[in-house]
Design a protein around this ligand. Structure first.
Ligand code: PMP
Length: 304
């Protein structure tokens, strides 16, 4: 992608994106000792002088906790303030994606988290729809999601994305849009960069947080919305074969929001997806600032 928002944040300063450079010797580049965030914003359709950011504090909290795994104490409030300043500096005019990153910025060799400098950077880009809203086809990946014994999966650590990348490329190379990964117990975990839900007999089911998932912010939002609508939500282990007989399956994530799954391997899912559609519409109404009941999920940043 060549199109970026004009300013990045690096080494404690706002600099033009083209000048935001780091050394080839950067520790995190070699050892994957970094953690990322990813959140969306858009100009308020009702007031172009305001930017709406979805669940900013939740994203900042997750990044702060991810930094904690790296031995880097970066308070949530500091991340939040810096992101708001970054938005005000960039004054975006189209929907966009913010990418904050915490990383070991020192230049020394040897993987470690002590005695190495750390930094926090931000950049962003315009971002429209990520995957087809009409629904995607998925294969069950031959790659497994890592397990909590070997990886801090509640952090959004960059290193975990090698498995996402392997799974996504395998899926695309074999004619599918997306990958569904199982965990090391053989239970359904998530897609390459999205959480997974299924609907069976009117109940909404999603792998629980002890299933080696990333604790997605869209996932949590969907659970809350469904519960508020009176839908029974079950957070539990999910068997692979349940997916094949589900009434609806969908994926959730910041970039994609809610994406229906229309086929898994050779099993075509029903074309009618009432709950998926209801949740998609509700989330869209919320992120665009049109649902007063969920204004607390939005931070409104003035850019005038
Ligand atoms: N799982 C993985 C591996 C992800 O990268 C993402 C995207 N951040 C998600 C799930 C969904 O999380 P969220 O809804 O917070 O974007």
């Amino acid at each position: 992608m060549s199109d970026f928002l004009p300013y990045a944040y690096l080494n404690g300063q706002f600099v033009p994106f083209s000048e935001a450079k780091i050394s080839v010797a950067t520790h995190a580049l070699h050892y994957g000792t970094a953690a990322l965030g990813g959140l969306r914003g858009l100009p308020n359709p009702a007031n172009a002088n305001e930017i709406l950011l979805f669940r900013l504090e939740d994203h900042c909290q997750r990044l702060s906790r991810s930094a904690h795994y790296l031995g880097y104490e970066l308070p949530m409030a500091q991340i939040k303030t810096t992101i708001i300043e970054w938005v005000q500096k960039n004054r975006p005019t189209v929907p966009f994606y913010i990418r904050p990153l915490v990383y070991t910025s020192g230049l020394g060799i040897a993987p470690r988290l002590h005695d190495v400098e750390k930094d926090f950077l931000i950049y962003g880009m315009p971002l429209g729809d990520y995957l087809s809203a009409e629904g995607v086809t998925c294969r069950i990946s031959s790659w497994q999601r890592q397990c909590d014994r070997s990886f801090p999966l509640r952090g959004k650590l960059t290193t975990s994305y090698i498995v996402s990348a392997l799974a996504k490329t395998e899926a695309v190379a074999s004619g599918f849009d997306e990958a569904i990964l199982l965990n090391t117990q053989g239970k359904v975990c998530e897609a390459s960069g999205m959480n997974l839900f299924l609907v069976r007999d009117g109940q909404l089911i999603t792998p629980s947080v002890d299933q080696d998932i990333l604790e997605g912010i869209t996932r949590r939002s969907v659970v809350e919305l469904a519960q508020a609508a009176g839908v029974t939500v079950l957070e539990r282990a999910v068997d692979r074969t349940e997916l094949l007989i589900a009434d609806e399956v969908f994926l959730t994530g910041t970039a994609a929001r809610i994406v229906p799954v229309r086929r898994i391997e050779t099993y075509t899912l029903p074309a009618q997806r009432p709950l998926t559609r209801q949740l998609q519409q509700q989330l869209q109404t919320i992120v665009t600032g049109r649902d007063p009941n969920y204004r607390h999920w939005l931070d409104i940043v003035p850019i005038a």
